[in-house]
Structure formats: C-alpha cells, structure tokens
Design a protein around this ligand. Structure first.
Ligand SMILES: *[C@@H]1O[C@H](CO)[C@@H](O)[C@H](O)[C@H]1NC(C)=O
Ligand SMILES: *[C@@H]1O[C@H](CO)[C@@H](O)[C@H](O)[C@H]1NC(C)=O
Ligand SMILES: *[C@@H]1O[C@H](CO)[C@@H](O)[C@H](O)[C@H]1NC(C)=O
Ligand SMILES: *[C@@H]1O[C@H](CO)[C@@H](O)[C@H](O)[C@H]1NC(C)=O
Length: 413
C-alpha cells in the first residue's frame, strides 16, 4: 500500500517537472507524461473470463466485417462489459472544477470516455461542465451506457489536464459493476455513430489522446501501455499509461513498429511454436480490455496438441501437468519481422489467482483460448501479452509498437 502510494506520488512529482516544458520533450528522452494504473483483482469464474472475451471478439468481428460498408452503421458496437473479468486495469481521473474522482477502466478497444456507471458516484456537473446538446449511446456487446454528452475538464495527472473534453455522463449503464466508467484510448473512428446530435450532425468526438495533442499537452499523439504480470505479492508492480513520449525506463531495447490495421488498434502477426508456424501472417487486435490470448481455431488446436492441454470444466481453460509445463517452449510472435517470444511462464494463468477463476491451487492452466477467425479479427492479444511487452498506440504515425520489458522473462506466474 505504502509503496504504491509512493510510486503514484513520484509520478506526480515527475509530471510536475515536465509541466514546465510540455512540448519540448522528445521520443526516447524518458520525460514522459505518466498516469498510474491500478490493477484490480476480483473473483469470478474462468468461464466468465473466457465468455467475456468471446463476446468482445464477437463485437470486434461485427465491426471488422462491416468495414467495407458505412462505418457509422456498425460503429456503436465496440466491446463488452467487464464485470466478469478477474483482473481489470483502472486509472483514477478527476473531472470538473470540483475534481470529482472516477475510477475508469483503461480500454484500447473503445474510444468514448464516460463516467457515472456507479450510481452512488454519479457525475455531478460543476462550473466547468457544458452540456453539448447531444446524447451519447455506446453499446459494448454485453453492456451499454447512455447519457448526456458534456464538455468538461478532465485531469489525468498534474501535467495532463484536458479542458473541454467530450465526456459522457451516464444516465443508465449495464455491464459495469466495479468501475465508474471507461477511459477510451482506442482510435477516434470508434466514436463514429455514438453521438445523437440535436443541433449539428456530429459523427465523432475527439478522444482523450486527440485533445491532449491538439491542446499542446503532448507533442506526439502516442500512448504507451505498461502492464505488469500479477505476482500475488502485496507490493504488486502496477501499470502506467505513458502519453506523448516514450518512457525508456519502462522497456528494454528497441520498439518495433508495424502499421495499424482496421479501425481498432489492430496489427498483422504470425505465430510459431516449437519451430512450426501455427498461424500464418494475419490481422487481429491488441486489446487492453481482454484478459486472455484468443487464437484462431486451427492455431489453437495445433498449440493444444503440442502442449498436451486438456479442457478443464471448472475453469473453462486448458490444464497441463507439471511435466507438460516443464516441456513448454516459447510461443513466438513474429511482428514486423521481429520475434517476440511469450515464455512458458507467460503462457500460464497466474497460479496465485487460480482460486479467483474457480481453479484449484497448484494446478496449471494455459492462457490461450480459441476464437472463430474472420477477416480482420483472427486473434486478440490481451493482458497476457501486454503484461510482457510494452505497447505503443501511435495515432500520429498510424502504427503500433512493441518492446520487451523487465517483465518479458519474469517467472511470476
Ligand atoms: C469546446 O469545444 C466545442 C466544440 O469544439 C466548442 O464549440 C466550444 O467553444 C469549446 N469550449 C471551450 C471553452 O473551449
Ligand atoms: C461506488 O461509489 C461509492 C461512492 O464513491 C463507493 O463507496 C463504492 O465503493 C463504489 N462502488 C464500486 C463498485 O466501485
Ligand atoms: C496485413 O494483412 C492483411 C491481410 O490480412 C493485408 O491485406 C495487409 O496488406 C497486411 N498489411 C501489411 C502492412 O502487410
Ligand atoms: C529473455 O530471455 C531470452 C533468452 O534467454 C534473452 O535472449 C532475452 O534477451 C531476454 N529478454 C529480456 C527482455 O530480458
């Protein structure tokens, strides 16, 4: 508790120093604008975690399939509620002149930012709040919210204060029980069709990253996501969102960039296991709102056959024995010609959290599950990947970057 408070405090101090010259920073300088992310662990069932990811994949797929037609016809479906997740990544923000505090899910798979899911912490407009005359509705597959769309001051940290941020104040929401709403760090295209304008035909609303950039708080429109694996220790390393520049203390070596594919933060990658390519280069999504690793059915079947995993009814995941665990090899992601291995330890559910998903102590469950592949959505790299590789969502250059971290080879699971 104390150490995480100290970490938050040191980030705020750092941001305070950066504030003096917010646009003078450069990539690689480490003078980044950091927002701490708290990891929240709850108890659910493994089936719920798997199903939530499937529902999310289903809504991604709906949009990917509809991409050739009008964007706005499919845009409202973005992702799903997260009430059934065992782990969620939460950023605390404050809104308005009253500095009302909200705990928001960090979501790269959607782009509207909104508050008020917790009705006992409903949004209270302050003197900085202006109603836009619009209504906002976002469907998230198995959840949704609607409410009034405001402009208000959104404070992410001392240095990251956005004036006039488009912000939904929920009148009603469903599917969000452990958070106050969402901090949407997806691309602006995903807001298309979410606003019902009464005065003007509004189609998209600028995201938090868009406004940080246009208001000169950051000199490149990028956000880096630093997640850390769950250790089960009381001083868990937590995560961070790094806006505007690269924070070189958060990764090691070079960042590999690949072009962004699809309206989501999508990329192309191939996957090999034990020297055999089990997924040819295809397109899928990098998602801070999905826990597990979703692989196309054929790829998943090859992987399971090689590992010897057996379906476990209690969790909905595949279980392996200790001997099979010892025989695991790296699951190698090839992204833009660079190999990013997921170590054996990174391929298994954190054993300290077995009980949180209905599993038994001492058992070993694989993090991968299968998904029905469609064009544009063949895989989802969820937390299990993001906790091992620093990930950069770069709007300015329309690309996504990855770098190894001190957690890439960690054996915390
Ligand atoms: C907020 O943004 C809206 C839309 O861009 C604009 O009409 C309004 O004047 C802005 N308000 C302030 C205080 O900047
Ligand atoms: C909802 O908000 C109230 C008041 O801030 C807080 O006490 C409660 O813990 C919140 N509930 C959840 C599930 O976050
Ligand atoms: C990514 O893969 C898709 C097919 O899934 C292809 O159309 C596209 O050109 C690829 N992008 C790059 C940069 O190779
Ligand atoms: C992880 O381990 C591999 C194999 O020992 C090594 O090549 C690589 O540099 C390590 N990566 C990091 C980030 O420590």
């Amino acid at each position: 508790m104390l150490s995480s408070a100290a970490l938050v405090f040191s980030c705020l101090v750092l941001n305070g120093l950066v504030l003096a010259s917010p646009v003078a920073q450069s990539s690689g300088s480490g003078s980044s604008l950091t927002v701490p992310i708290r990891k929240s662990v709850s108890i659910t069932s493994g089936h719920n975690v798997v199903d939530t990811g499937h529902a999310r994949a289903q809504s991604f797929r709906g949009r990917a399939a509809g991409q050739q037609t009008s964007a706005s016809s499919t845009a409202k479906r973005q992702s799903v509620g997260v009430k059934n997740e065992a782990i969620t990544y939460i950023a605390q923000v404050s809104v308005g002149t009253s500095k009302q505090k909200f705990n928001l899910l960090v979501d790269s798979g959607s782009s509207n930012t909104w508050v008020g899911a917790n009705t006992t912490n409903a949004y209270v407009p302050s003197s900085s709040s202006v109603w836009t005359d619009d209504i906002v509705i976002v469907e998230y597959g198995s959840g949704y919210f609607f409410g009034y769309e405001y402009y208000d001051t959104l404070t992410l940290s001392n240095a990251l204060v956005i004036t006039n941020q488009s912000l939904g104040g929920a009148s009603f929401s469903q599917g969000f029980t452990t958070m106050d709403g969402i901090l949407g760090i997806g691309p602006i295209a995903l807001t298309d069709g979410t606003i019902l304008g009464s005065t003007a035909p509004v189609f998209t609303v600028p995201t938090v990253s868009d406004n940080l950039y246009t208001q000169g708080k950051i000199s490149n429109e990028v956000v880096g996501v630093a997640f850390a694996p769950t250790t089960g220790a009381s001083n868990e390393p937590e995560g961070a969102l790094v806006f505007g520049a690269q924070d070189s203390s958060r990764f090691v070596g070079q960042i590999t960039y690949v072009p962004k594919e699809t309206d989501y933060w999508g990329i192309n990658q191939s996957i090999s296991y034990k020297g055999v390519e089990i997924m040819a280069t295809s397109t899928g999504v990098i998602d801070t709102g999905t826990t597990l690793l979703y692989l196309p059915t054929d790829t998943f079947n090859s992987y399971i056959a090689s590992t010897g995993g057996v379906f476990d009814e209690a969790t909905g995941l595949y279980e392996i024995t200790e001997a099979q665990y010892n025989a695991l090899e790296d699951l190698v992601f090839n992204i833009g010609g660079t190999e990013l291995p997921l170590t054996p330890n990174a391929q298994i559910w954190p054993r300290s959290l077995n009980g949180n998903i209905g599993g038994a102590q001492g058992k070993i469950y694989l993090n991968a599950v299968s998904t029905e592949p469609v064009n544009g959505l063949n895989f989802i790299n969820g937390y299990v990947f993001l906790e091992r590789y620093y990930t950069v969502f770069d709007t300015t250059n329309n690309r996504v970057g990855f770098a190894a971290t001190s957690f890439t080879n960690a054996t915390s699971n």
